[in-house]
Write a protein that binds this ligand. Structure first.
Ligand SMILES: [Zn+2]
Ligand SMILES: [Zn+2]
Length: 162
């Protein structure tokens, strides 16, 4: 039987370690990438953030960089980095000058549905793509770099291609 280790992640979503329990020597109070404070549990319900899955006697060396989960598996609350990125993307929505006010609002309203998997996600994807076809390349790239880490893989593929 295996068990889940605990992840330590900074408030901006940089994963410090996904083995805070078994290798506490990797833990850091502050993020070395951005200087933000780090957390090991949900700020809403205090449940530890799931880390690497450990199996007794087997040391798995994972090649992929651990990804920060978007939502708490216990209470469903978005983690701070998810909220921050959604809010930044919404602010960016107001800067998209070549969009009408209506499209700016539509853009902002798709964001909450893009980061979760719910029945409205598909609709949000279609709306998002329509609006993206109207923004310039720089805005598109900026929006992509904010959203790429917080949307699900399916959404990422259908809105950004890969
Ligand atoms: Zn950081
Ligand atoms: Zn929670």
């Amino acid at each position: 039987m295996g068990w889940y280790d605990i992840s330590q992640i900074c408030l901006n979503g940089h994963v410090i370690t996904d083995r805070a329990k078994s290798s506490p020597e990797f833990m850091k109070k502050y993020c070395t990438k951005c200087g933000e404070a780090t957390i090991t549990s949900c700020q809403h319900c205090d449940t530890p953030i799931l880390g690497d899955y450990q199996v007794e006697g087997i040391t798995a060396i994972s090649l992929s960089k651990p990804k920060a989960p978007g939502f708490c598996h216990e209470c469903g609350h978005p983690y701070p980095w998810t909220l921050r990125k959604i809010n930044i993307a919404k602010e960016l929505g107001d800067e998209l000058d070549n969009l009408s006010k209506e499209d700016q609002d539509k853009f902002k309203s798709t964001l909450d549905d893009l980061v979760t998997d719910n029945p409205r996600t598909e609709l949000a994807v279609i709306r998002f793509k329509k609006i993206m076809s109207k923004v310039g390349k720089d805005s598109y790239e900026a929006i992509k770099s904010i959203l790429v880490d917080i949307v699900s893989e399916t959404v990422r593929k259908s809105i950004f291609g890969n």
